[in-house]
Design a protein around this ligand. Structure first.
Ligand code: NDP
Length: 505
C-alpha cells in the first residue's frame, strides 16, 4: 500500500507471490461508508488477471512445494497464519471498519476470534485420512484416498470480508487446495492487507493464495467459469448465488453457497423477557442488519405481544448511532450506496403494504448521530407473513414483528419463506425448545441466544439459503474428493472377462 499524490492509498493485488497492478492498468475507488468519501484505489482486475491467478494457483497445486508438503507441515503453516492474524488483529479490524463501516467493537472481536479458524483447521490438516475397504473380490487390496480438489475460487461479500474468507480459506488450505479469492469491489483493502501482513509473512509458496480485486461480473465470472478452477465457494445474495451456481455447473465444479436469509426469531410467552428483548434487538440491529443471519422476522406469541413490543421499542430507542470507529457506537452506517437505497426502498414498500411503522422509518441524519448512509433502526408491527417485508431479504436495520398463537402456528410461519439460514427460539421449556429445533427448517437454531457462531459448528442454509456447510469438521469435505485405488494380486488380474481370439471360433 502506498500514498498516491491524490491523497488516496494505492493498493496492488497479489498474484503468484508478487504484488501487481491489473493487466489493463485500470483501478477502482473504494469509499469510507462513514464519510461517503473515497479513501483508496485498488486494481480493477478482469479476465486476463483472473487467468494469471488461476494458472499460478494451478501450478502451485499441481506440482509445487505446496503439493509436496506433508499434511502435518501444512497444518503448521495454518497455525503460523493464525499467529500472524493475532499479531495484526487491531490493524486489520481498523481497515475493515474503514472499508465496510461496521462497528470497531464488532470487528475487533471478530478479528481476535478469527485465528481460531486457522488453528482449528491447522489441527485437522493431518487428520484427513482415507480407508482400506474389504472389497468383495478375492485377492484384491482396495483403499480410498481423500485428495484436495484443486484450485478453489472464493467469492467474498462486503459484510465481513476477513471472517468469511477464513471460513473458506482455512479448510481449503488444510485440505491441500490452492485459492484465488475475489473480494467485493467495496471492501478489498482488508484482504490485501491480510495478504501482505499474514500470507506473505507465513512463507506460503507462490501461487497458493492469490487475490483478484474487481467487479463481480468482470472478475467474478471469469473465476467461476475458468476450466482450471475445480471448486467455487461463494457468500453473497441468493440471486447472484444462483447465477454463480449455474455458471459453475456448466463445467461441473463443486459448489458451496452461503446465501441470504429471512430468519425468524421466535419469542414464546414463557421466555425470560429481558433476554429475549435484547436478543431480538441485537439479532436485527447489530451490524446495521447487514448479516445473512439477521433475525429480521420477530415472531411474538400473541398474549405477550404488546408488552414485548413496548419493551423492545424502549430499548431500541436508546441505540447510539455514530462513527463506527468509536467503541461507544451501537449502530453504524450502511456499507454501500446501493444497499442504502435498497433498505429505504423496502421501508417504503412496508408502509405501502400497510405495516405499522412504530420506530424509525427513514434515513438518520446528523441530528440523530447518523450521516450520509445511515438508516434509523426501524420496527414494523402488524406484519403479515405474506407481505414482501416478511418474505424478502432487506439486509438492513428493519424488523418485522408478526404475531402467532401457538407452536404449530409459529413453526408454520417460520417455515413459510424461501430461506432457511438462521432462527431463534426464546423459551424456558426444554420440550418446546427441542420441538421447535426439530420443526424449523433452517441450518441453525439458537435457543435463548442469537447470532452465535463457532469454528466447531457447521454453518449453512436450507432451501434458498445455500448449499453445503462451512465451519466444523464437515467443511473440510467441501474441499476434498475421493479416489478409489484397486490393486490386484489375483491370477490374470482377476479379470473375469476374457477376450475371444479369432482362433477360438
Ligand atoms: P452479491 O451477492 O452481488 O455480491 C457478493 C459477491 O459476489 C461480491 O464479491 C460480488 O462482487 C460478487 N459478484 C457479484 N456478481 C457476480 C457474478 N456475476 N459472478 C461472480 N461474482 C459476482 O451481493 P451485493 O453486494 O450485490 O448485495 C446484494 C444483496 O445480497 C444484499 O442486499 C443482501 O441481501 C445479499 N447479501 C448477502 C450476504 C450474505 O452474507 N449472505 C452478503 C452480501 C450481500 P462485487 O461486490 O464486486 O459486485
Amino acid at each position: 500500500m502506498q500514498d498516491a499524490p491524490t491523497g488516496l492509498k494505492t493498493f496492488q493485488t497479489y498474484i503468484d507471490g508478487k504484488w501487481v497492478d491489473s493487466v489493463s492498468g485500470k483501478r477502482l475507488l473504494t469509499s469510507d461508508p462513514y464519510t461517503g468519501k473515497p479513501w483508496a484505489e485498488i486494481p480493477e482486475c478482469e479476465a486476463a488477471d483472473v487467468n494469471n491467478a488461476v494458472e499460478a494457483a494451478y501450478r502451485a497445486f499441481d506440482n509445487g512445494p505446496w503439493a509436496r508438503m506433508t499434511q502435518t507441515a501444512r497444518g503448521r503453516v495454518l497455525r503460523k497464519i493464525a499467529d500472524l492474524i493475532e499479531k495484526n488483529a487491531n490493524y486489520l479490524a481498523e481497515i475493515e471498519v474503514r472499508d465496510n463501516g461496521k462497528l470497531i467493537s464488532e470487528m475487533s472481536a471478530q478479528l481476535k476470534y478469527l485465528p481460531e479458524w486457522y488453528y482449528y483447521y491447522g489441527g485437522l490438516a493431518d487428520k484427513i485420512q482415507g480407508s482400506v475397504v474389504p472389497v468383495d473380490k478375492p485377492d484384491h487390496f482396495t483403499y480410498i484416498l481423500r485428495e484436495p480438489i484443486g484450485v478453489c475460487g472464493m467469492i467474498i461479500p462486503w459484510n465481513s470480508p476477513l471472517l468469511l474468507t477464513g471460513w473458506k480459506l482455512a479448510p481449503a488450505l488444510a485440505a491441500g487446495c490452492t485459492a484465488v479469492i475475489k473480494p467485493s469491489e467495496y471492501t478489498s483493502a482488508s484482504l490485501l492487507e491480510f495478504m501482505r501482513l499474514v500470507i506473505e509473512e507465513a512463507d506460503l509458496p507462490p501461487g497458493v493464495v492469490n487475490v483478484v480485486t474487481g467487479y463481480g461480473q468482470a472478475a467474478g465470472e471469469p473465476l467461476v467459469t475458468h476450466p482450471k478452477v475445480s471448486k467455487v465457494a461463494f457468500t453473497g445474495g441468493s440471486l447472484t448465488g444462483s447465477r454463480v451456481a449455474s455458471l459453475a455447473g456448466q463445467t461441473f465444479k463443486k459448489v458451496s453457497l452461503e446465501l441470504g436469509g429471512k430468519s425468524p426469531n421466535i419469542v414464546f410467552d414463557d421466555c425470560i423477557m429481558e433476554d429475549a428483548v435484547s436478543g431480538a434487538i441485537s439479532g436485527i440491529f447489530a451490524a446495521t442488519g447487514q448479516t445473512c443471519i439477521a433475525g429480521s422476522r420477530l415472531l411474538v406469541q400473541e398474549n405477550i405481544h404488546d408488552e414485548f413490543v413496548e419493551k423492545l421499542i424502549d430499548m431500541a430507542k436508546t441505540a447510539k448511532l455514530g462513527n463506527p470507529m468509536s467503541f461507544e457506537t451501537q449502530v453504524g452506517p450502511v456499507t454501500t450506496p446501493p444497499q442504502y437505497e435498497k433498505i429505504l426502498g423496502y421501508i417504503d414498500i412496508a408502509k405501502g403494504e400497510g405495516a405499522n411503522c412504530v420506530l424509525g422509518g427513514g434515513p438518520a441524519g446528523a441530528d440523530m448521530g447518523g450521516g450520509k448512509y445511515f438508516v434509523q433502526p426501524t420496527v414494523f408491527t402488524g406484519v403479515d407473513n405474506k407481505m414482501r417485508i416478511a418474505q424478502e431479504e432487506v439486509f438492513g436495520p428493519v424488523l418485522s414483528v408478526i404475531k402467532f398463537k401457538d407452536e404449530d402456528d409459529a413453526a408454520a410461519i417460520a417455515n413459510d419463506v424461501m430461506y432457511g439460514l438462521g432462527s431463534g427460539v426464546w423459551t424456558q421449556s426444554i420440550k418446546r425448545a427441542t420441538t421447535m429445533a426439530q420443526r424449523i427448517r433452517a441450518g441453525t437454531v439458537w435457543v435463548n441466544t442469537y447470532r452465535a457462531v463457532s469454528f466447531t459448528m457447521p454453518f449453512g442454509g436450507y432451501k434458498s439459503s445455500g448449499l453445503g456447510r462451512e465451519n466444523g469438521q464437515d467443511a473440510i469435505n467441501e474441499y476434498l474428493q475421493t479416489k478409489s485405488v484397486w490393486i490386484s494380486n489375483a491370477p490374470g488380474g482377476g479379470n473375469p472377462f476374457v477376450m475371444k481370439t479369432a482362433a477360438d471360433d
